[in-house]
Design a protein around this ligand. Structure first.
Ligand SMILES: [Zn+2]
Length: 283
């Protein structure tokens, strides 16, 4: 939707300006399996506080919207938020060739909170807004490399033309991808009051869980926009982490302000990898 483009563009411009505390000293090794069923409350490992989480080496999280060819007549926003199928294929191959392995939000959570180990070069591939081309184009391309992604679903659009169906979401989940919530209808979280929290946070979580038959514990803010009033509501609704865009993480609630980088459609494949390394302070 158009407003999405405007706000995400604003966030994208912040890319170069933000940074966060990373020690760069932490070495990660072989991954520890992080099952969806794992309950943190039953985990006896120590729980990290906000400062400890912010000090950890950041995991890059890429954010995609449309995977489709663009027309010369498309506007600049559409061009920014559309990665062509050919470019997407090239980017997946480049990540694989560079040694990256995809991880899922559960693994990120267990790394940040419980100190679980990750692959040496982890990356999260995230997809917003329920577009059907994420299923028909991105998903088969990712499968070639054994990559998994996280799909943030705006539940009002499920089963509508050009959006994913319930069956497609179930297939993504059954194949080991994460299917999570991205509100009911994409209104910005910073404007919520009264019943909005129930409609935009609680009900979409239940809707997604009903489709995939698993818990959906993660949330992405529309337009990447958040405020501190959202944190207690997200916790009350049962979300364990929430993803923003390129803005700085909150000093007290880094789990609810996990950063992502939009992959702009105009970028070359080496440009995507370079931007990722700069944004997330990778070696
Ligand atoms: Zn969105």
């Amino acid at each position: 939707m158009k407003t999405n483009f405007v706000f995400t563009a604003i966030c994208a411009f912040l890319l170069g300006a933000c940074h966060s505390a990373t020690s760069g000293t932490e070495k990660t090794a072989l991954t520890k399996n992080a099952e969806k069923t794992e309950q943190p409350s039953q985990d006896s490992s120590p729980v990290a506080d906000a400062a400890a989480i912010l000090a950890k080496k950041e995991v890059p999280v890429l954010c995609y919207h449309h995977i489709k060819d663009i027309k010369p007549s498309d506007g600049p926003m559409t061009k920014t938020y559309s990665v062509t199928p050919a470019h997407f294929a090239e980017q997946m191959k480049a990540l694989k060739d560079d040694g990256y392995e995809t991880i899922l939000p559960d693994q990120l959570y267990n790394y940040l909170v419980h100190g679980a180990t990750l692959p040496a070069k982890p990356v999260i591939l995230s997809f917003d807004d329920t577009d059907e081309d994420q299923f028909t184009i991105a998903y088969p391309e990712m499968k070639k490399y054994g990559f998994k992604g996280v799909f943030f679903i705006m539940t009002v659009s499920i089963n509508r033309p050009h959006y994913m169906t319930e069956e497609q979401l179930k297939e993504l989940s059954d194949a080991g991808n994460a299917v999570e919530a991205h509100t009911w209808d994409h209104h910005m979280v910073t404007k919520y009051q009264g019943e909005d929290w129930e409609k935009q946070l609680v009900q979409p979580k239940g809707k997604v869980e009903g489709i995939i038959g698993k818990s959906a514990d993660y949330f992405a803010y529309p337009f990447g926009l958040w405020n501190r009033a959202a944190f207690p509501e997200l916790k009350k609704a049962g979300y364990k982490m929430a993803f923003s865009l390129a803005t700085k993480r909150d000093s007290t609630q880094p789990l609810y302000t996990i950063r992502r980088m939009i992959v702009a459609g105009q970028w070359s494949t080496p440009g995507v990898l370079n931007a990722m390394k700069q944004t997330f302070h990778l070696d």
